[in-house]
Write a protein of this length. Structure first.
Length: 78
């Protein structure tokens, strides 16, 4: 195996680079925002304080398992 020893200066540069990359990733993460212009029917996110995208909110659907369970209960009652 080959092992490399980093000098204190190189180690400091690596640590600083990792910190900068972590900060950039945190800043670029999409953040939910409220849009008073579009209203409650829309869901907006802002990425890196620059790019804003909006999409209509998804309607909450009833899971198929609950639907089947309700139908099964109704069928056995009769």
């Amino acid at each position: 195996m080959i092992f490399f020893r980093l000098s204190p200066k190189a180690l400091a540069i690596v640590v600083a680079a990792v910190a900068v990359v972590g900060a950039v990733l945190l800043a670029a993460r999409p953040q939910p925002i409220e849009s008073a212009v579009l209203g409650a029917a829309w869901e907006c996110t802002q990425t890196a304080f620059i790019l804003t995208s909006c999409a209509p909110r998804a309607q909450q659907a009833i899971p198929a398992v609950e639907t089947l369970r309700k139908e099964a209960v109704r069928q056995t009652k009769g």
